[in-house]
Write a protein that binds this ligand. Structure first.
Ligand SMILES: NC(=O)c1ccc[n+]([C@@H]2O[C@H](COP(=O)([O-])OP(=O)(O)OC[C@H]3O[C@@H](n4cnc5c(N)ncnc54)[C@H](O)[C@@H]3O)[C@@H](O)[C@H]2O)c1
Length: 444
């Protein structure tokens, strides 16, 4: 099948790579000429496990191409995916300018039947706007070509995106037209062989389903962080509580890890956008507002603990920071808790020696070169002459360090563990001062 995908970011590239791997003929279109040049040179501009290999194989087989040429893109695919960004507007609502720009581009060129598939995360009612934007261009041109607009939200998670796309829990399709639902059934058949994972519904429900999923996951995290902060005050250990409630099958173990707050390109903006949509319909989404404010507070927690340990005097101190990406297995630092920490430390005159297995280039891209940021080549390098170690992202490689070495390198044996990856009792026996998240007052 011929497929065009507008937007070659995390979602567009993963969608393109996986659909081409199933034998389709995929054309990826992006307005970022540098990105497209890189992709044509065989360089994948983001880190996502397995993605570069999948793109390489399918590029060599001629099943995936990359271009900035919108004319070719609209002419190519029966299926026209929109997978561009929907960043937060100034008021927190989703900024639809990129989505609607693609719709306009399609309308300006549409010459035969097309299925326009909205994969970006967009507020309820966006499919109508996309439809109207395309129709407007057809009217201006005085032509009348058929097209359908479908909502097909993406649920992949960065770090395991290919697995999620290849073996999805569900494929949500929002359409009011049986013809398009049949076409999408055919398109997704290779990913649907084991059992039917496609859930077809009306367009508005599909659009809301994506926000509901992200808001639910964000709520679980903020709930657990709230509990962790209570545990800390009442001298309980949140890790015991986590196991105690996770064992309840109605609750489950996933997404109940306390930590330094959620980040990334999705949860923060989607929770805000959903609350904003609710507001536009005269409903105050109090739970969603609380989920966000608990998270904002949590992102400052590590810094507050550091301040309290060093009596508010961080000037001239150096901190080893392990982990910069918003979660392991990605280089994505959008809304990452590490950014709040780094900026707060710098604000107090401290220096940061940071190590991340994948986000070294990204942190340098965001902050540029500065004297108070040293990006290290290894976790060990970051420790040398540091006043304390702060763990912000739970990369696997950080979980079992050589604690003797760690004590030797650090100026003070102090660890701030923003993801509870270490056992406080072992560390205390090793002579460290240990700060975790919600780990009982007696061990602070
Ligand atoms: N990243 C995730 O994990 C994830 C998961 C599910 C859903 N989503 C949603 O998918 C959408 C895309 O997210 P992303 O993380 O892939 O974004 P991204 O920022 O990584 O990529 C977006 C790409 O779109 C391109 N673009 C912008 N305008 C364009 C246009 N007119 N024509 C062609 N390309 C254009 C940009 O240059 C960029 O390369 C967002 O709505 C996001 O909320 C993201």
């Amino acid at each position: 099948m011929k497929i065009t995908i507008f937007g070659s970011g995390y979602v567009g590239l993963v969608t393109g790579a996986c659909l081409s791997d199933a034998g389709n003929d995929v054309m990826c279109v992006d307005i970022d000429a540098q990105k497209i040049a890189q992709l044509n040179d065989g360089v994948v501009p983001i880190y996502e496990p397995g993605l570069d290999e999948l793109i390489r194989i399918n590029k060599e087989a001629g099943r995936i191409t990359f271009t900035t040429d919108i004319d070719s893109g609209v002419a190519h695919g029966l299926f026209q995916f929109i997978a561009v960004g929907t960043p937060p507007d100034e008021d927190g609502s989703a900024d639809l300018q990129y989505v609607l720009a693609v719709a306009k581009s399609i309308g300006e060129r549409l010459a035969e039947y097309r299925v326009v598939i909205d994969k970006s995360t967009v507020p309820v009612g966006t499919a109508d706007k996309v439809h109207a934007a395309i129709q407007k261009e057809l009217d201006l041109r005085g032509v009348n070509h058929e097209f359908d607009v479908v909502s097909n939200p993406e649920f992949l998670k960065e770090g395991d995106a290919i697995g999620d796309f290849m073996k999805p829990d569900r494929i949500v399709v929002g359409t009011d037209n049986p013809r398009t639902s049949e076409l999408l059934k055919t398109l997704y058949a290779p990913f649907n062989r084991n059992h039917d994972r496609m859930i077809v519904m009306d367009i508005r429900s599909a659009e809301l389903t994506k926000y509901a999923a992200n808001a639910m996951l964000a709520t679980k995290i903020s709930f657990m962080n709230e509990l962790a902060n209570i545990a800390e005050r009442v001298d309980a250990d949140i890790e015991m509580v986590r196991q105690g409630i996770g064992s309840d099958s109605r609750i489950g173990y996933s997404f109940i890890y306390p930590g330094a707050g959620y980040g990334g390109s999705c949860f923060p903006k989607d929770v805000q956008a959903l609350a904003r949509t609710a507001g536009q319909f005269d409903y105050k989404a109090e739970l969603l507002d609380a989920v966000e404010s608990v998270n904002a507070r949590q992102k400052s927690l590590l810094f507050n603990k550091i301040m309290s340990h060093f009596d508010g005097d961080l000037k001239g101190r150096t901190f080893a920071v392990w982990g910069l990406s918003f979660k392991p297995n990605t280089d994505d630092m959008r809304e990452a808790p590490s950014r709040v920490l780094l900026e707060s430390l710098w604000g107090k005159g401290a220096k940061v020696k940071a190590f991340d297995p994948q986000a070294a280039e990204e942190v340098q891209r965001i902050y540029g070169r500065r004297d108070d940021l040293i990006v290290c080549d290894s976790a060990d390098d970051a420790l040398i002459e540091a006043d304390a170690l702060v763990v912000v992202t739970e990369w696997k490689a950080f979980r079992s360090p050589d604690f003797d070495q760690l004590k030797k390198e650090l100026k003070n044996p102090v660890i701030f563990d923003g993801r509870n990856i270490f056992d406080p009792h072992i560390l205390e026996n090793e002579g460290f001062v240990y700060y975790g998240i919600g780990r009982g007052a007696s061990i602070y």
